[in-house]
Design a protein around this ligand. Structure first.
Ligand code: SF4
Length: 343
């Protein structure tokens, strides 16, 4: 809670929820052990009391004074850990105070959702929580174990399929590079296999940036995890897309950390278009790939077409020459440093 918002807010929300009403149902994450994640580091997990949530919804209704929100995101890490009856009560209150809401969303952990029955999930969906963001990250059991995700591919398939069957719109987040150099093929192929089983509505791509203070930073220092280069990451993404079959998901590079933001489209019809975008980058000369990558990582470029802009190109080339002089032979490390700043 702060002076401008008379109700409590959590630290994060998905990119697509920028304009949504935010209501906090839990604090932190009940797991909080994934090696790549520092979102809730040091924050003890708790389920907020119903009285607190009710008071926040009422305070938000007063604060926004009739604003017609069409979407609401329930913060923080896993609203499904609430008792189903409490969650249903929250959804009822939200609908009462914000009658224009058509979409209510939340993060949900696979392990938590597998404790609910399909009937409960249907009841939750019918009460308004109709959009689920699931941090799948990888479909590989080896990668999931290495990063201490606390879930298995089987649980991911079960929870994702159940959420879909309940009527929810589901997004699966995938992290490129999570398998490192050793497991990139396994990561891409197993992730494609699990996605093919679930057929989520959205596949949302994120690219790894190893955060300071994370478990993955430790693995990197010890040498048990090794970073993919930018080119490797696109090869990995190409392999993933190539093996997505029989599904009707919308595939989306959706975060500023993703190198090829233009790689988004409806499967299966846009699969060739997505692969062509990967190939366009991979077929550039090494020097051109460095120019594009630096332009994107420094915010000068948004997409490959921006390389045709002569003014921007001069600026990127100057930066590249400067970096190569200051950090000879360390371009991959510089690119990773720049990625880590935006995740
Ligand atoms: S990635 Fe999700 S489940 Fe893992 S620690 Fe972070 S918030 Fe929790």
């Amino acid at each position: 809670m702060n002076r401008s918002n008379p109700f409590e807010l959590g630290p994060i929300r998905p990119v697509d929820e920028a304009g949504s009403l935010l209501i906090r149902t839990t604090r932190g994450c009940p797991w909080n052990k994934c090696d790549f994640c520092v979102n809730y580091k040091g924050m003890p997990f708790s389920i907020r009391k119903m009285e607190e949530i009710r008071a926040d919804i009422e305070a938000a209704a007063q604060y926004y004074n009739g604003r017609a929100f069409d979407s609401c995101f329930l913060q923080d890490g896993d609203s499904f850990i609430m008792k189903t009856s409490d969650l249903l009560e929250v959804l009822k209150l939200l609908k009462q105070h914000f009658p224009t809401l058509t979409r209510i969303s939340s993060y949900g952990r696979a392990q938590t959702m597998t404790t609910k029955s399909l009937e409960e999930m249907k009841e939750i969906c019918n009460a308004g929580l109709n959009t689920l963001y699931c941090g799948m990250e990888s479909g590989s059991d080896i990668v999931l174990k290495n990063i201490h995700k606390g879930t298995t591919a089987k649980e991911l398939i079960h929870s994702g399929s159940m959420a879909k069957d309940s009527g929810m719109v589901i997004s699966e987040f995938i992290i490129l590079g999570l398998g490192g150099q050793k497991l990139w093929k396994e990561h891409a192929l197993e992730t494609a296999r699990v996605l093919n089983e679930i057929n989520p509505d959205f596949i949302r791509i994120l690219t790894i940036g190893v955060k300071k203070g994370s478990g993955l930073e430790k693995q990197l220092a010890e040498g048990s995890y090794t970073l993919q280069t930018e080119t490797n990451l696109i090869e990995e993404q190409r392999l993933l897309i190539e093996h997505l079959d029989g599904i009707t998901s919308y595939y989306k590079n959706h975060h500023g950390v993703d190198l090829l933001m233009e790689a988004r489209g409806q499967l299966p019809e846009d699969k060739e278009k997505l692969l062509a975008i990967m190939d366009r980058y991979l077929n550039l000369s090494k020097e051109e790939r460095n120019i594009y990558t630096l332009g994107k990582r420094t915010g000068l470029y948004n997409c490959l077409d921006d390389m045709d802009n002569k003014d921007l190109r001069v600026q990127v080339e100057e930066k590249l020459a400067e970096i190569q002089k200051l950090y000879p032979g360390q371009l991959d490390e510089v690119f990773h440093y720049l990625r880590e700043q935006v995740v």
